[in-house]
Design a protein around this ligand. Structure first.
Ligand code: ATP
Ligand code: MEV
Ligand code: MG
Length: 328
């Protein structure tokens, strides 16, 4: 068996707009997905993902790719649930030139699904890394990030940025603009996360933003404005100016909200954090439900969130210096 782990991430600024070439800044966090892979000689794929739950059903996918798992859910839901793992294995077959190879894949993850913390990227990065190593091939980090990006691009119907997968593969803080991906000197930021227990489907949310952008010029302008917020944020980060960074996070949340990707509970948590004295707060990742991030060096925001109706979990994010980890 070969085992790799990869971290989730938090966007400081710039999700969604990054899909259209605007810059973004995000950092890896110490919530990880671990993927164990064992080669099979019969060419079949068997996935055991006990944490996989989506829209009210839980599935232990323990079938084979050709037979499919024995559960009573629609094929489209199942595709949504399994797409990332299937896509990762397709990349492994492609990059190793081993079209026929099968695997037993076991996934265990600390990262809630569809909550904006990059569970999909972490699963894909760890799966590609473990499965290629199982075949005796160790990918350079850039190639690993590229292959993981192609998987997200495919599952999200041709609408994905390189941000989540690059960040998960390399760890630390990163800046992504189009295909320019680079590491940043990791600032030690006091990030607090609030989680409403919900989820959003990244592919669908990205598609919703795209149709607004196609329909309204002011939606395209909103996306461009997020890019401006990020460029200002980079200057604030370089100066270590948390107050300014917080203000920009607030602005970014408003713009994401205008693009239709916030929700009542995300807004409630954002306001609870601001009322508690956070420098700023915003939804993170694709939105629709899931997590917000706030900047607060004091314990106030975490405490306030833990008493906020609709907030299921509040915790301080520990930044992850390393990306993919090769465990066995
Ligand atoms: N533990 C897991 N086991 C198997 N598949 C997982 C696991 N965690 C995530 N996934 C896959 O990732 C999908 C969720 O990805 P999605 O991009 O919608 O959300 P996210 O990555 O958590 O949030 P965001 O993209 O906003 O950061 C799940 O439907 C599933 O296909
Ligand atoms: C919404 C989005 O910007 C981030 C999802 O974590 C989509 C992407 O970058 O692929
Ligand atoms: Mg994702």
């Amino acid at each position: 068996m070969t085992l790799s782990s990869a971290p989730g991430k938090v966007y400081l600024l710039g999700e969604h707009a990054v899909v259209y070439g605007e810059p973004t800044v995000l950092c890896a966090i110490e919530q990880r997905a671990r993927v164990g892979v064992q080669r099979r000689d019969d060419g079949k794929l068997r996935v055991n993902a006990e944490d996989l739950s989506l829209d009210g059903f839980t599935v232990e996918y323990d079938g084979t790719a050709d037979e499919g798992p024995d559960i009573d859910v629609s094929e489209s839901l199942l595709d949504a649930a399994m797409g990332y793992v299937d896509g990762a294995i397709e990349q492994v077959r492609d990059v190793t030139g081993n079209d026929e190879v099968g695997f037993d894949v076991t996934i265990e993850s600390d990262i809630p699904l569809g909550a904006g913390l990059g569970s999909s990227a972490a699963v894909v990065v760890a799966a590609i890394d473990a499965a290629t190593r199982e075949l005796g091939v160790t990918l350079e980090t850039d190639e690993l990030a590229e292959r993981a990006y192609r998987t997200e691009y495919q599952v999200q119907n041709g609408q994905a940025s390189r941000a989540d997968t690059f960040c998960s593969a390399t760890g630390g803080a990163v800046r992504v603009e189009g295909d320019d991906c680079r590491s940043l000197a990791a600032p030690d930021l006091p990030i607090v996360i609030g989680f409403d227990g919900g989820a959003g489907d990244t592919g669908q949310l990205v598609a919703g933003v795209r149709s607004l952008r196609d329909e309204y010029e002011f939606a395209a302008d909103t996306i461009a404005a997020i890019g401006d917020v990020v460029r200002n944020g980079e200057a604030a980060l370089a100066d270590g100016d948390l107050e300014e960074l917080g203000r920009l996070m607030n602005f970014n949340h408003g713009l994401l909200s205008a693009l239709g990707v916030s929700s009542r509970s995300l807004d409630t948590m954002v306001w609870a954090a601001r009322d508690a004295g956070a420098y700023g707060a915003k939804l993170i990742g694709a939105g629709g439900g899931g997590c917000i991030a706030a900047l607060d060096p004091t314990p106030e925001t975490e405490t306030a969130l833990s008493f906020t109706p609709g907030c299921e979990d509040a915790f301080r994010a520990e930044l992850a210096d390393s990306g993919v980890k090769r465990l066995e």
